[in-house]
Design a protein around this ligand. Structure first.
Ligand SMILES: *[C@@H]1O[C@H](CO)[C@@H](O)[C@H](O)[C@H]1NC(C)=O
Length: 404
């Protein structure tokens, strides 16, 4: 019982072998130096491992577009070309319209080429199936002076969307005003993209550019498209989605005016750029009216638009004791990793590896042996080589017990 207790209250420490060799000594110090440099330079200074990070950025975006365009000899204002109108972070500027006026419910010929027909039997296979613009009736009716088309039931006349129109080029000079407020909840830190240094006069006249007006919240559409490396004419013709990214990378250990937004621009629908099947971006909507006799009629609009998605991302970091301690412990522990490498070199590749091996690994058999101080074991056993009993524990440590 007592011996159990005395065995328990002991301290084991590892015995070290000091190798006085220039080669392995230099390797050891260089490896340690590399590990320390890595931790100080990369982990602590660059990755700022001494900070806690808040990546759950809260953000609100408000947008407002300004400018007048001329389309089909009509002046278009914001209410005509921006949709949806709420000024959210996702909005479209319509560049091209195909309008079909005075549509009423009824029967009329299809307008898609695949429904061309000569006689009713050509259309029979489509009967009661959805066509391009309505439900097909299975009849073949005249489309114009030369061609016949299968007939549909639906909103008539059917839209003809193959007509060529030129986009509204003034869109290039429209401006987008972006108001962005963010908050980092962990630090309860709030900021907006109007920096305190920005004055009212500046906002009225500035235009964002990448060089001298990097914090101006007003963006010219043409510039945005150019920064996203797109051709405006092509984009306005087919439609597309442009991302306006606002990045907030804040180091809250530094002063408040170091936490600033950075803007970047990309085309988000890069897939449709190189894809012939569904190029660009368009959508349809309708405006409904009532005739005197109570029947509905509508104006159908197919709109090609440039959609802008304002995306906000960011994170903030601030010094905190817990990550600092954890990473320091990791750093100190990792310095020991060098030993593994040095051991491999020492025991396998260095001249005299056999001798080092003999010094490092002590062999003890389970029957008490008469220890003879010979050349190899001399250094370990020179103390009291006759009455020392070595017990090897599985950690590889020795306990020296002179009282047995
Ligand atoms: C845009 O504005 C510039 C300068 O005010 C003008 O020269 C240009 O013609 C405008 N572009 C369009 C398409 O109206």
């Amino acid at each position: 019982m007592w011996s159990c207790i005395t065995d328990f209250f002991t301290y084991e420490t590892t015995k070290s072998v000091v190798v006085k060799s220039w080669t392995i000594g230099i390797i050891n110090r260089v490896v340690q130096l590399l590990i320390i440099t890595y931790f100080i330079g990369w982990v602590f200074l660059y990755e700022k491992a001494y900070q806690i990070r808040d990546t759950a950025i809260e953000s609100s975006v408000m947008t407002k577009v300004k400018g007048f365009g001329i389309y089909n000899d009509k002046v278009m204002d914001v209410a005509d070309y921006v949709t949806p109108t709420q000024g959210a972070s996702v909005f479209c500027i319509i560049t091209k319209l195909i309008t079909t006026e005075n549509q009423v419910q009824g029967f009329c010929p299809e307008s898609e080429k695949k429904y061309l027909c000569k006689k009713a039997s050509d259309c029979a296979k489509f009967r009661n199936k959805p066509g391009g613009y309505g439900i097909l009736t299975g009849r073949c009716v005249p489309f114009n002076a030369t061609a016949n088309m299968c007939e549909i039931k639906g909103w008539c006349p059917a839209e003809i969307d193959t007509i060529k129109t030129t986009p509204m080029m003034e869109v290039e000079n429209f401006t987008i005003f972006i108001k962005n407020s963010i908050r980092f909840p962990t630090f309860n830190y709030t900021k907006g993209n109007f920096l305190p240094t920005i004055t009212g006069d500046y906002i009225k006249s500035c235009n964002f550019d990448m060089v001298s007006n990097t914090y101006c919240p007003i963006f010219r559409v043409g510039d945005v498209v150019r920064y996203a490396q797109q051709n405006f004419t092509k984009l306005a013709d087919k439609g597309g989605v442009i991302g306006i990214k606002i990045g907030w990378m804040c180091d809250l250990d530094k002063s408040d005016d170091q936490c600033n937004p950075s803007y970047s621009f990309t085309r988000l629908d890069a897939m449709s750029e190189n894809n012939a099947v569904s190029p660009g971006y368009n959508f349809r909507f309708a405006k409904y009216y009532k005739m005197d006799n109570g029947t509905d009629y509508r104006t159908l609009v197919k709109a090609y638009a440039i959609r802008f998605d304002v995306l906000v991302n960011g994170n903030a970091g601030k010094f905190n004791m817990i990550p600092t301690l954890i990473n320091m412990v990791a750093a100190f522990t990792s310095v020991g990793v060098g030993t593994v490498l040095c051991d491999i070199i020492l025991l396998n590749f260095l001249k005299g590896a056999e001798q080092y091996k003999a010094k490092k690994f002590e062999e003890v058999s389970d029957s008490p042996v008469e220890c003879k101080p010979n050349g190899l074991y001399l250094s370990q056993l020179s103390l009291r080589h006759t009455d020392i009993i070595m017990r090897s524990s599985d950690s590889g440590a020795f306990s020296i017990d002179p009282y047995s």
